[in-house]
Design a protein around this ligand. Structure first.
Ligand SMILES: [Zn+2]
Length: 440
């Protein structure tokens, strides 16, 4: 048995414990409580730290890590079009894999132990497996036209990809499907994926351009479709109404973004048992707005925090994501107690686990759950964290690296050092980024 001692233990599902201990045996948590009453075992003293559940990133695109900083200040459609052109011109399967490896290395250093990753190339499943982190890779599927041949081609390609990925599913790494978004997926393809019985993740209700495309058949996405010869018409009263109409909400998908959702939409999400990945930094950086997070939480919707891609956020750090989530909601609500820090930490851990359907295994420090742990050093705060450790994590720490990280009991970071680091990866990523920059 390993006994992890910390100045603060934050179980999330119960109040913080000062001078607490988490005991791990064979990958599971067997004790959470005061140090004095912990069972015997080998001691690992983490010092003036907060020890919390491994952070759950409810939305990533690990394969896009190398695109960081290359798509700045573009309109949403231009951002997508340039990203797609660069992927085709420069990226290869091996480069996508290195990009995903680099993203996971950065995420693990930031205490992220679970990744809900939407992926076109399929690289993130292999990268998650190599690093031994937990996650769901949602295989992306696209077909913007409802032409039956295009839909059946997309479905056949998806079936072939899923059959390949299934061979690599493990206890830690799972496979789902991501019909990308309303402007890249036709109604029949949405309906087909909804009936697949798979875990589903969808980008939805993110931008004004998407809203206009769905509700009016107008705007930049509609112009793009017409230029390619695809017919365009209004499809529903809102993107969420579109998913309801097509039976997608009945499949309890993970809904990524939900910035532009009405009270009616929120009711429909809550009634269906669907969940939400809230990405406040991406939404702000791309100019999409502030999602009505408080209303979604009030409606009882399970919500996790997502960093979105490095091309949209430029960082992957869920404590920083928590901080921006709180600040944005307080700006939106004009209220100082909107989304308390403890609630924001919950979104980054247990909320994410609930949104991904993994809360029976991870998300809080409880006896019987798997030992996904993340520990952040508080010593730079000179004792002030003792007043309120949750506020310290959200407001004072910033995007600092984790001191210790484990997944199902296996250490991944020790004393801020990534264990089993691929020392040649950085150089390979520099070469990929150089290649991308030459194509801009
Ligand atoms: Zn995304």
């Amino acid at each position: 048995m390993i006994r992890y001692h910390a100045r603060w233990v934050l179980p999330i599902s119960s109040p913080p414990i000062r001078d607490g201990t988490v005991v791990e045996l064979a990958g599971r948590i067997v004790y959470v409580g005061p140090r004095e009453t912990a069972p015997d075992g080998v001691d690992r003293d983490l010092g003036d730290c907060a020890l919390l559940p491994g952070l759950v990133n409810a939305h990533t695109h690990l394969e896009l890590t190398v695109f960081r900083g290359l798509l700045e200040d573009l309109t949403f459609r231009d951002w997508i079009v340039r990203l797609q052109a660069l992927k085709v011109a420069v990226m290869t399967p091996e480069r996508f894999l290195d990009s995903a490896r680099f993203g996971i290395a950065e995420g693990v250093r930031a205490g992220i132990t679970t990744y809900a990753d939407t992926c076109d190339s399929g690289a993130s499943l292999e990268a998650m497996r190599e690093r031994g982190v937990r996650g769901i890779m949602y295989q992306e599927v696209f077909s913007p036209t409802a032409d039956p041949i295009a839909v059946s081609d997309a479905a056949a390609r998806l079936a072939e990809q899923l059959a390949r990925h299934e061979l690599f599913e493990t206890e830690l790494q799972h496979v789902g499907v991501s019909p990308h978004a309303p402007y890249t997926v036709s109604d029949p393809l949405f309906a087909l994926v909804a009936r697949s019985g798979r875990r589903i993740a969808i980008h939805i209700a993110e931008s004004d351009a998407e809203h206009r495309f769905v509700t009016e058949g107008e705007g930049p996405f509609a112009d793009g479709h017409r230029a390619r010869g695809f017919p365009v018409a209004p499809r529903a009263t809102s993107p969420i109404a579109l998913l309801a109409k097509l039976g997608v909400l009945d499949a309890h998908p993970l809904l990524i973004h939900c910035v532009r959702v009405s009270d009616t939409d929120i009711d429909a999400i809550a009634q269906s048992g669907s969940t939400v990945a809230h990405c406040p930094i991406s939404n702000a950086k791309l100019g999409h707005g502030i999602a009505p997070l408080l209303a979604m939480l009030d409606a009882g919707i399970p919500v996790g925090l997502g960093s979105d891609s490095m091309a949209a956020n430029n960082r992957m750090h869920l404590l920083e994501e928590s901080r921006i989530a709180v600040l944005a909601q307080r700006v939106r609500a004009s209220r100082a107690n909107a989304l308390p820090a403890a609630r924001a930490i919950e979104l980054a851990t247990l909320g994410g686990a609930r949104a991904l359907g993994l809360a029976d295994r991870i998300g809080s420090l409880e006896v019987g759950k798997e030992a996904d742990l993340a520990c952040f050093d508080l010593s730079s705060l000179a004792g002030s964290a003792d007043a309120d450790p949750e506020s310290a994590l959200v407001f004072a720490l910033g995007a600092e690296p984790a001191k210790f990280v484990s997944v199902a009991g296996t250490p991944k970071v020790w004393n801020w050092e990534l264990l089993n680091e691929d020392l040649e990866l950085h150089g390979r990523v520099v070469d990929i980024v150089t290649g991308l920059r030459e194509h801009i």
